[in-house]
Design a protein around this ligand. Structure first.
Ligand SMILES: [Mg+2]
Ligand SMILES: [Zn+2]
Length: 212
């Protein structure tokens, strides 16, 4: 088996709270994932951070629980529209997502086909394992980045290194596994990834964000 057969390093990205902001919904006062393209707001550092990963040679995947149709808060069509808007925004910036995996289920759902049992919902590693079967990825050189405990356990159970970022608008919940690292934002996570993998850029991550 040659080196090429081992595959490329990859970053498995949670979506809400990592790439884009949670949205405060007036009706409930709660912070929720975007339910329409107009509600999709990328963090200011998302595109520069993903460009750094792209340029360093990582395949990029999104792995996301999207239970709000199962919770009767939105529709599958609306979730698809948000996804299309996200892919378009990233593509316009030159960022290709190799594949996105969504779990649309929720264990408490009464929508037929979207409740338990569901193999895919994080913290299950099911979605990551499926992507690993479909793409030439070197698991041991890859990472999961998420804001919630379920993201960290998903990545840990898939044998990935993990980074937990802090989203002030989400409740992180607990993980069984400790994250390999913690970071304030995706920008800081990327700085850590490049440093750990011996690909450190010259510019500190904080300076990318205009932080003195
Ligand atoms: Mg999240
Ligand atoms: Zn599922």
């Amino acid at each position: 088996m040659g080196i090429a057969a081992l595959g490329r390093p990859a970053i498995f990205l949670d979506r809400d709270g990592v790439l884009n902001e949670h949205v405060r919904h007036a009706a409930t006062g709660a912070y929720e994932p975007p339910h329409a393209p107009a509600e999709l707001r990328l963090f200011g550092w998302t595109i520069p951070a993903l460009l750094r990963l792209r340029d360093a040679g990582y395949l990029l995947f999104i792995v996301s629980n999207q239970p709000d149709h199962a919770k009767r808060k939105t529709t599958l069509a609306a979730l698809a529209a948000v996804h299309a808007a996200l892919e378009a925004r990233l593509a316009a910036a030159g960022i290709a997502i190799a594949e996105t995996a969504y779990c649309y289920c929720h264990p408490d759902s009464d929508v037929a086909g979207y409740g338990a049992p569901c193999p895919c919902r994080k913290p299950s590693p099911w979605m990551v394992e499926r992507l690993l079967r479909r793409h030439p990825v070197d698991r041991g050189r890859s990472w999961m980045v998420g804001d919630r405990g379920g993201d960290i356990d998903c990545g840990a159970r898939a044998g990935l290194r993990t980074i937990q970022v802090r989203d002030p608008c989400s409740i992180p919940g607990d993980s069984v596994a400790a994250p390999s690292f913690r970071a304030e934002t995706l920008a800081d996570a990327v700085h850590r990834i490049l440093a750990e993998d011996g690909l450190a850029a010259d510019v500190p991550a904080a300076r990318d964000r205009g932080v003195a």
